[in-house]
Design a protein around this ligand. Structure first.
Ligand code: TYD
Length: 205
């Protein structure tokens, strides 16, 4: 039996990461087998590519090649085996992030990204993508309270406005896969929206 693949998306500062951990715990308590992972990352190679991506200067094509290289390794080593064993996979970001950050944010060629996506995962998409949507100015205030910013977190509000629009475009192209969650709400309301998205699919009581 194939498991479920759930991705978590949104601009930096949207607050998705705490909900990945909370949902993993909640599903485990409900008796499900859960694998929690992230992109770029999730394998030794992909975590090294992540460090390079977040720290070293490079152009948008190099960023795109690195994230898809990391994704291929992650799919083969972690995501595909976990799904084929019937686990629920919770992934903090997946390919929508590439279309949003490298495509919409950096302005990189969407056709090239679509080609890379076809090479790396021709048949697989998340069963559900939770898009934690927040106004870029509100997200900037949240990020300012956090740690040392990486290459993406240093970007200005105009960049994150484009990234947000990129997520909107991805959702418009695959509305059945996406649930948009208003992440300007208090954390408890966001959490209830996460639960509601799974309940609506019959994946949780
Ligand atoms: P993020 O997921 O926000 O983790 P943390 O909460 O630890 O900061 O960091 C990953 C960063 O990588 C984020 O700024 C978005 C960027 N990114 C891309 O630019 N393209 C991609 O395809 C992925 C998966 C992430």
């Amino acid at each position: 039996m194939a498991g479920r693949f759930i991705s978590f998306e949104g601009i930096d500062g949207a607050g998705k990461t705490t909900h990945v951990a909370a949902l993993a715990q909640h599903l485990q308590q409900a008796g499900q087998h859960v694998v929690t992972t992230r992109e770029p990352g999730g394998t030794a190679l992909a975590e090294q590519l992540r460090s390079a991506l977040l720290q070293l200067p490079m152009d948008a094509l190099t960023e795109s090649l690195l994230v898809f290289a990391a994704r291929r390794d992650h799919l083969r080593a972690v995501i595909e085996p976990a799904l084929s064993q019937g686990n629920t996979v919770l992934c903090d970001r997946f390919s929508d992030a590439t279309f949003a950050y490298q495509g919409a944010g950096r302005g990189f060629d969407l056709q090239v990204l679509a080609t890379l996506e076809q090479w790396v995962h021709p048949a697989l998409q998340p069963d559900l993508t939770l898009w934690f949507d927040i106004d870029p100015a509100a997200a900037a205030i949240r990020r300012a309270a956090a740690r040392q910013p990486d290459r993406f977190e240093q970007q200005d509000t105009a960049f994150f406005t484009r990234v947000r629009a990129g997520y909107q475009t991805r959702m418009a192209a695959a509305p059945a896969r996406f649930v948009r969650i208003d992440s300007t709400q208090p954390r408890e309301a966001v959490w209830l929206a996460v639960l509601a998205a799974l309940q609506a699919r019959g994946w949780l009581l």
